[in-house]
Design a protein. Structure first.
Length: 448
């Protein structure tokens, strides 16, 4: 903590403060000139797990990989474990995260009991529903523009050693959405309580729900960290397919191939995969490859050399109300040449205030939304960000929201309306009066 405060004080008052952190899952390019980094090297561990109270005290920059390694021996896990191993607890709370428990557990910030935050003013305050509640409520989706969380106390939930999976195949999006709705409304499938739920759309007539059940029953388990690939394993012609994973492998099932994005690097080609070291089959390694590509424009150079236009990056997660999801998917499949698409339903946890609970990312209480994730590129259009702008407009038309970890193009007025502009300004003034940190629009849209 002292190192952090010393590094804050060493930053000249006219310089903007930012994190100096070895990993990131932020996808927008950033201008890093004139920005000084905070030393967060002492804030990467799990401080304590209280198995009886089912809580953990965790440093702000602790990765979920390290956090889960500390909780699983107690047969406990965070209520939502984002899929990529190097996402940190602080990053998921300030930048939002989601996973297959979100239909019953909401989003990661909803299981935070309290957190210590180094504010823009250079003070450490403890924020909770009772203390500095304005900061606590505005922190999710603020992307480090109000302060940095240095310690978080979170709730944990019991897990079992295995997850039994039923992959359900659908030939129409209408049937897919109806089945998802039914599972969420009843909390079960064929009378059995469902613990985990997400899905994948390959095309309008090939989509799946991946329905998971906690179990202690021993038996053979699959391994998708070797030659087999998880997202391919769920595909089948009709009806349903069964599978089983250890809880550890289930939580990280998407990390090995960064969902399906590893195919861009050849890692799914059996010949290459055989020689690809197992320890480098993980999202953080592919991230490094993307970093090189962005630095040296490798993909664009290849396209140009092959006589094709450069490409526009379309790496996004959006949320629409469940009743509008089929419409969004149909529009997307017709207009954006990207597949597969990831689906993950979510509902705010019970008792939250309608719309006002988390002002920077307002969602209706007691309402099901579906997160739709797509991570690839398309040929460039007539203007910069053409396809991303079409997606932003469609999402707003369908009463949805877009996560801000990647490129955004909203005009400032629209942005303020969508992301709690007025509340944000008030909280920003209180906790970062001298604007030592960028503001949210600068970070999310202007790529500062
Ligand atoms: C391809 C892709 C797929 C994704 N898929 C998912 C997904 O399926 N599920 C999911 O949950 N999320 C997903 N994400 C989003 C990811 O959860 C967010 O980008 C998250 O903010 C990343 O956290 P990080 O710890 O890597 O933070 P970083 O990338 O390092 O930082 C993200 C932002 O948070 C700020 N920040 C970081 N730590 C703190 C802190 N302690 N306090 C305050 N601010 C902080 C940083 O300043 C920065 O603005 C995806 C991202 C990508 C690129």
């Amino acid at each position: 903590m002292q190192r952090l405060l010393d590094s804050y004080r060493a930053i000249p008052p006219n310089s903007t403060v930012r994190l100096a952190k070895p990993t990131s899952n932020l996808f927008r390019a950033r201008d890093r000139s004139d920005v000084k980094g905070l030393d967060v090297s002492g804030l990467t561990g799990v401080i304590a797990v209280d198995a009886e109270a089912r809580t953990a005290d965790v440093a702000g920059m602790c990765t979920y990989e390290d956090l889960v390694a500390a909780t699983l021996p107690h047969a406990l896990a965070p209520l939502v474990v984002p899929q990529l191993k190097t996402i940190t607890l602080g990053g998921a709370v300030t930048g939002l995260g989601i996973e297959s428990t979100s239909f019953r557990n909401g989003l990661p910030h909803e299981s935070v009991l309290e957190m210590d935050i180094l504010t823009g003013a250079g003070e450490i305050v403890t924020a909770s529903p009772e203390q500095h509640a304005d900061l606590f409520r505005a922190f999710p989706n603020s992307y480090g523009t109000l302060g940095y969380s240095t310690r978080l106390r979170i709730e944990l939930e019991p897990v079992m050693p295995f997850v039994a999976l039923r992959h359900l195949r659908f030939h129409s999006l209408t049937e897919l959405m109806a089945a998802m709705d039914r599972i969420i409304e009843t909390g079960g499938l064929d009378g059995e309580p469902v613990d985990y739920l997400d899905g994948v759309v390959f095309s309008a007539d090939e989509s799946y729900l991946c329905v998971g059940f906690k179990t202690t029953t021993p038996g053979p388990v699959s391994d998708y960290t070797g030659q087999q690939i998880y997202y391919r394993s769920i595909q089948h012609a009709e009806g349903e397919k069964h599978d089983r994973l250890t809880i550890y492998d289930y939580l990280w099932r998407w990390d090995t191939d960064w969902f399906w994005c590893s195919r861009a690097f050849g890692a799914q080609n059996p010949m290459i995969r055989r020689f690809w070291p197992r320890r480098l089959r993980r999202s953080s390694f592919y991230w490094k490859l993307v970093g090189y590509d962005q630095r040296f424009n490798i993909a664009d150079r290849i396209e140009i050399r092959n006589g094709r236009p450069p490409r526009e990056r379309v790496v996004q997660d959006i949320e629409v109300p469940l009743e509008n999801c089929e419409q969004f998917l149909s529009w997307f499949l017709e207009n954006v040449p990207i597949e597969p698409i990831w689906l993950c339903p979510l509902r705010l946890r019970e008792g939250d205030r309608d719309g006002t609970g988390w002002p920077l990312y307002p969602l209706r209480a007691n309402h099901t939304y579906v997160n739709v994730g797509f991570w690839s590129s398309v040929p460039v259009g007539p203007v910069e960000g053409h396809t991303n702008k079409l997606i932003e407009a469609k999402v707003s038309e369908l009463d949805g929201h877009k996560s801000l970890y990647s490129d955004s193009y909203y005009p400032r007025e629209d942005f303020d309306e969508l992301y709690g502009g007025e509340t944000y300004k008030t909280v920003k003034k209180s906790y970062d009066p001298d604007s030592r940190l960028f503001d949210l629009y600068s970070k999310a849209v202007l790529r500062r």
